[in-house]
Design a protein. Structure first.
Length: 372
């Protein structure tokens, strides 16, 4: 097991061996002093990028506030090394600090003076996800390895840029979504969400894939304000996840947290491992983006009798088919309402209010109420 900087003690309590490295000698000395009672830790002073480890020799690479101090080239070199060090089914865990300078979106406007070198590199969280998913490493046996990125959650991350393409894509969405005054689905959900669905001080599981449109999602901040509840919002798109993090940081509402997962199943696994238990489910595009087995597994992280409200785009409104699928996935008390005209009107008003050119939806919409 290899480990960067802090958290040595907690890892050493369960690991067979921990190798702790840092480039500052005093940090290593303090770490050795703190963990003198533990005999399964080795220490090394040095540059993480040029660290020498045997191929397939560790089970976990854990970094803490490391990437933000590496150049783009060094980050890529380190990640390739980590792939080489890790055994099959090993894990890489990156922990960073902020997604931008603490004083704004300008590297020149930081707490460092103009005469003081700022060692940090500010990179979008969406960029790290894309980079990790894009890397490929060929080992000495000719086998090609890649990272299976499982999740990211709202621990803010220091960020700048690797790719001009990825940078431009993220900035374009930031410009459109950062100034979002409201969400067009607000009016649709307001007709069915009440304290019976979202009890006071409850915890809501919100699922927003945004496959059909970036504007088709749930307003988690309004949900928290209106019902005095906690919200865990799952995003499947790394760009919109990053935008949601920015909004959460600006709102400073600790009741609302965002996570990124590649699929619904990945998110369910994440919370199953942590014994998660939610009071209600509010989602968009759940049926159109998830298979039946994944939808059935939602019950494993929900409390008994949890209420569910889904806004679903459909090619045609077929109440019998929708009810049958919901029932087969373990839902009961299913009701289906055609809200196509209301959705199209709300979407058009949203586009007008935000001065956006949005192609009208070429689908129908249904609002589904159910319980588990």
């Amino acid at each position: 097991m290899i480990f960067q900087k802090r958290f040595t003690t907690v890892l050493a309590e369960t690991a067979r061996w921990v190798h702790s490295t840092d480039f500052i000698e005093s940090f290593i000395a303090k770490n050795q002093e703190r963990n003198a009672h533990l005999g399964n830790i080795s220490y090394q002073i040095g540059d993480a990028v040029h660290l020498q480890m045997d191929e397939k020799s560790v089970d976990l690479v854990f970094t803490n506030w490391l990437m933000m101090y590496l150049s783009d080239r060094e980050v890529i070199e380190f990640l390739f090394n980590a792939m080489r060090w890790l055994r099959a089914d090993g894990y890489m865990h990156l922990r960073e600090s902020c997604s931008e300078p603490s004083t704004g979106r300008s590297k020149s406007a930081t707490m460092h003076t103009s005469a003081e070198a700022n060692p940090t590199h500010y990179r979008f969280s969406s960029l790290y996800i894309k980079l990790l998913r894009a890397l490929r490493y060929q080992d000495s046996d000719g086998k090609v390895w890649r990272f299976d990125v499982q999740w990211s959650c709202s621990v803010p991350t220091y960020i700048r840029f690797f790719s001009e393409t990825w940078r431009a894509e993220q900035i374009a969405w930031d410009a459109k979504l950062d100034k979002e005054q409201y969400v067009w689905t607000d009016k649709i959900f307001s007709n069915v969400l009440d304290s019976a669905v979202v009890p006071k001080n409850s915890t809501a599981y919100v699922f927003t894939p945004r496959r059909r449109s970036p504007y088709l999602h749930v307003n988690s901040h309004l949900l928290a304000d209106k019902f005095t509840c906690n919200v865990w919002n799952v995003e499947l798109n790394e760009n919109f996840y990053r935008t949601s993090l920015t909004k959460a940081n600006n709102q400073k509402d600790q009741r609302v947290r965002f996570g990124w997962n590649e699929t619904l199943a990945s998110s369910i696994d994440y919370w199953t491992q942590r014994d998660g238990s939610f009071d209600c489910l509010i989602a968009t595009e759940l049926l159109s983006t998830s298979d039946d087995e994944s939808i059935k597994s939602i019950a494993s992280i929900m409390k008994p009798e949890a209420k569910c409200v889904l806004l679903e785009p459909v090619d045609e409104v077929n109440e019998a088919v929708i009810k049958a699928r919901m029932s087969s996935c373990g839902f009961k008390n299913v009701s289906v309402m055609d809200v196509t005209e209301d959705c199209k009107a709300a979407e058009a008003a949203y586009a007008s209010d935000h001065n956006l050119q949005i192609d009208p939806s070429n689908c129908s919409y249904v609002l589904i109420n159910a319980s588990l």
